[in-house]
Design a protein around this ligand. Structure first.
Ligand code: NAD
Ligand code: TDX
Length: 336
């Protein structure tokens, strides 16, 4: 099997590639990534010399390079992780989100169609469903109602995937997962930002009242779910991925401080995110029932292991948290 993994140098894509090389060392894995601020080949240092791993630096919007790569490596399946992924950045700079997440997806779909690939898998998000009230879950039948430029661009990509299945008969799957966490998570997102800020003695900026709820999924449990969808997902189907780990943001921030032996004095409540979705929660019954997915991590074991990873890998995140990152940080949170 020859897989084209787009966006494989980012957080989830790089964990997925390491998972797949470990489990299927005979598969060819081509990582196609343009290396934006979020792409980092250091995430793949442990597999870069593997004989069946290849890296191509390229934009998913580059039709010629995408098509050449699909042809040259005799690709069977595209798994598309490539995206602009940070909601806050989409609020200040939506253009690139549309370009990559919508137009880029269309280029990949055309390549999958024109080369008669076995399957195209789109890695999407529960954010396309919008926000839940205090009860209930997102199912695959929940109507799309995205609230941020990021989630709207992901929903746009998903609709194109659906249309290529309906119009051209392309074999597709869409996966929609909840918030991931784990090693190599870029420190602009809640968990790695809070862990690294706590270690640096900085403020921990909590948006609004801190009571927004996210449903946390360990990135390796996400990888095992995608593995099942690639191999056994039924043509044209959507699969939601989540492990029933709902927590308020403030609960997570306090837990991180406790695990690090720090006091709550570092917490700073700041202005709320615009259009901030209140609650996400996934019903994974289709994935568990149809494909037999069982997550390995509880949130308690996963978060402890993750905090320890940041303690052990300061070289990785301290290199990121300078230069361009600091410009973004100061714009987003002020100087503190
Ligand atoms: P990330 O921002 O860490 O990584 C994105 C990767 O895509 C980077 O390596 C980047 O260089 C690459 N990329 C961006 N634009 C590209 C382009 N035009 N061409 C080629 N490569 C490009 O993101 P992530 O957190 O790993 O998310 C991966 C996917 O999963 C995204 O599609 C995201 O929408 C989705 N998702 C993420 C989460 C989460 O909690 N992180 C949850 C649900 C869904
Ligand atoms: O500084 C912060 N303070 C804060 O209170 C940051 C960065 C976040 N938050 C809150 C906002 C959210 O309620 O924490 C929650 C999580 O925020 P993010 O880490 O930015 O994630 P979220 O907006 O939920 O989106 C993530 O999950 C779905 C990913 O970034 C998306 O790519 C994915 O689709």
């Amino acid at each position: 099997m020859n897989l084209l993994v787009t966006g494989g140098a980012g957080f989830i894509g790089s964990n997925f590639i390491r998972y797949m090389i470990d489990k299927y060392p005979h598969y060819t894995i081509v990582n196609y990534d343009v290396l934006t601020y979020a792409g980092n080949l250091e995430n793949l240092a442990s597999v870069e010399k593997h004989p069946n791993y290849h890296f191509i630096k390229g934009d998913i919007g580059d039709k010629t390079l995408v098509n050449d790569t699909v042809k040259n490596y005799a690709i069977d399946i595209i798994v598309n992780f490539a995206a602009e992924s940070h909601v806050d950045r989409s609020i200040t700079e939506p253009d690139i989100f549309i370009k990559t997440n919508v137009l880029g997806t269309q280029v990949l779909l055309d390549a999958a169609k024109d080369h008669n690939l076995r399957k195209y898998v789109q890695i999407s998000t529960d954010e396309v469903y919008g926000s839940l009230g205090e009860t209930g879950y997102f199912t695959e039948e929940t109507p799309l109602a995205p609230n941020s430029p990021y989630s709207a661009s992901k929903a746009g990509g998903d609709l194109l995937v659906r249309a290529y299945h309906e119009t051209y008969g392309l074999n597709v799957n869409i996966t929609r997962c909840s918030n991931n966490y784990g090693p190599f998570h870029f420190p602009e997102k809640l968990i790695p930002l809070m862990v690294t800020n706590a270690l640096e003695g900085k403020d921990l900026p909590v948006y609004g009242d801190g009571l927004n709820v996210r449903d946390w999924l360990h990135v390796m449990d996400h990888a095992s779910a995608i593995d099942l969808v690639i191999h056994d997902g039924r043509p044209g189907e959507v699969y939601n991925i989540g492990g029933h780990n709902e927590r308020t943001n403030i609960t997570i921030v306090k837990l991180i401080l406790e695990l690090l032996g720090k006091t709550e004095e570092q917490i700073r409540f700041v202005e709320d995110r615009k259009g901030h979705d209140r609650r996400y929660a996934i019903d994974p019954a289709k994935l568990t029932g149809e494909l037999g997915w069982v997550p390995k991590y509880t949130f308690e074991t996963g978060i402890k292991e993750t905090v320890q990873w940041y303690l052990d890998n300061k070289y990785w995140w301290s290199r990121i948290k300078n230069g361009d990152y600091m410009n973004y940080y100061e714009q987003q949170y002020g100087a503190k």
